[in-house]
Write a protein that binds this ligand. Structure first.
Ligand SMILES: Nc1nc2c(c(=O)[nH]1)N[C@H]1C(S)=C(S)[C@@H](COP(=O)(O)OP(=O)(O)OC[C@H]3O[C@@H](n4cnc5c(N)ncnc54)[C@H](O)[C@@H]3O)O[C@H]1N2
Ligand code: MOO
Length: 452
């Protein structure tokens, strides 16, 4: 395959094989992208999109780290009503705005009693949500509901099943009465001002409940990053069967929900064909935090992403990644606080770009912590790329990851059945070898997941 024959034993897809042929020495003047250059000859990875010099493919882990360093604006936090905050990340500590409980509270339905029994029972009871009841005198009891305010000078609450009323309407306890029993004292859970949760906490349903209980109507949170998706390609159909060289657009239907699952607010999905002017105008005018393009990252006659980035003077942060599929993916800073992720057109390559570049970038903008990395042993041999990382769809069993077939760059059949992608190092992996696992958002079922 190359002069050194170093790729001969590797089981590659046609596209990958073709790409490797190009890597044998395509002149960069014909390749503004990074693929096609032996790593040994490669200078640094970032620089102006206008530069024509040779770029190195950024190693996979480094590309993710670059994407994760996207700066968030100092004014990024916003005040969000509780009903819109699920899945966001707290931008400020959640401190109690009140004591909890905020008054001494009955923990049970029954009677509040003062002093030793038997007790005379007041005519009127105390219900939750009502105003302050009169204090009790020793020997007095009052019917009380769970959650109701405890009158002053109460000794204990007797549950309704542990009391008996005699013929003279006097209350007798059928069990020993321990002072303070079934009373939740004010401030038992927290005092006003106590720190409840730190900044950076994911807003889960339980956090919403706690925030409400602690007196919040809104929380300070990082908003969902606004993402615009630009689908490129004249060959794409939005309905019906593929025909006459035209294919169905697989990315327009796939990316918005996937991006939402990664915490994004997808503000628009636009199909621009292979129109360089339309792409230029769309990128120039976008107000999104992140523009995601699909297709057009290579160096074909209608691959307009690189020329457009040069034209607007964008800064290429990652220009090709040492990962298969998806190596032509790119990350650029298009302007202050706006990035563009260029996903390759091949659908599994686009998934690879999504998880390699868009996921860490969106995670940073949304204030999410990086997930704990973990590994599982692979059940079967996975052929590797000689130099690049491979991302391979797998299903997860309790103790292992099972690689799936149909993992070619143009195929979605494997990933559609997968729970995760396994990160296969250059050179491949043997059965039983541990591989890092990237959970797919629906398999992890995280709270950030929002497919609507
Ligand atoms: N001379 C070279 N050619 C190619 C190289 C290379 O290194 N040298 N790399 C190959 C690799 S790897 C990939 S990946 C693709 C990247 O191409 P683009 O990002 O420019 O994507 P397109 O050419 O527009 O499309 C590639 C492929 O994907 C199909 N496609 C595009 N959009 C969609 C969509 N929304 N839904 C479904 N399928 C889509 C498109 O029809 C093409 O078949 O470049 C290789 N070429
Ligand atoms: O063939 Mo391409 O590896 O990026 O899909």
């Amino acid at each position: 395959m190359t002069a050194s024959g170093q790729y001969e034993e590797v089981d590659l897809d046609v596209e990958e094989a073709l790409a490797l042929v190009k890597e044998g020495g395509a002149p960069m003047s014909e390749h503004p992208g990074t693929h096609g250059v032996p790593r040994s000859a490669q200078p640094p990875t970032s620089g102006s999109a206008g530069e024509e010099h040779v770029h190195a493919a950024t190693p996979w882990g480094e590309a993710r780290a670059v994407a994760a360093r996207a700066p968030r604006g100092p004014d990024a936090a916003v005040s969000v009503p509780l009903d819109a905050a699920l899945g966001l990340v707290l931008a400020a500590p959640l401190d109690a705005l009140t004591d909890l409980p905020s008054f001494d509270t009955s923990a049970m339905d029954g009677w509040a009693v003062a002093g030793p029994g038997p007790w005379g029972v007041r005519a009127e009871g105390v219900l939750a949500g009502h105003s302050a009841p009169r204090p009790l005198a020793d020997g007095e009891a009052v019917r009380i509901a769970t959650g109701a305010r405890i009158p002053h000078d109460v000794t204990a609450v007797i549950r309704s099943e542990h009391g008996r009323i005699d013929e003279k309407d006097r209350l007798h306890a059928t069990r020993e009465v321990v002072p303070g029993q079934d009373i939740r004292p004010r401030g038992q859970e927290c005092r006003s001002g106590d720190p409840l949760l730190p900044s950076g906490t994911l807003v889960t349903p339980a956090v919403l409940g706690l925030a409400a209980a602690a007196g919040y109507d809104t929380v300070a949170a990082f908003p969902r990053p606004r993402v615009e998706v630009l689908v490129l390609g004249d060959e794409l159909l939005t309905g019906g069967l593929p025909r006459e060289g035209l294919i169905r657009d697989a990315l327009g239907p796939m990316l918005p929900s996937w991006l939402r699952a990664l915490g994004a607010d997808v503000v628009a999905v636009r199909r621009l064909g292979d129109d360089a002017e339309a792409l230029h105008t769309a990128v120039r005018d976008s107000g999104a935090d992140l523009v995601v393009t699909t297709g057009g990252t290579a160096a074909g006659p209608v691959d307009h992403v690189h020329p457009t980035l040069r034209r607007i003077g964008a800064e290429l942060l990652v220009n090709g990644v040492g990962v298969r599929p998806g190596h032509p993916m790119l990350l650029a800073r298009t302007r202050e606080r706006q990035h563009l992720v260029g996903l390759p057109g091949n659908p599994l390559a686009a998934v690879s770009g999504l998880l390699t570049l868009a996921e860490p970038l969106l995670r940073t903008l949304a204030g999410h912590a990086a997930p704990e990395t973990y590994t599982l042993p692979l059940q079967d041999t996975v052929h590797g790329h000689p130099r690049d990382t491979r991302l391979v769809p797998v299903v997860l069993r309790a103790d292992r990851a099972v690689p799936l077939h149909y993992n070619g760059p143009a195929m979605l059949r494997g990933v559609a059945a997968a729970d995760a992608l396994a990160v296969v190092p250059p050179g491949g992996a043997r059965p039983g070898q541990e591989a890092e696992i990237l959970d797919l958002p629906w398999a992890a079922a995280g709270i950030g997941v929002c497919f609507t």
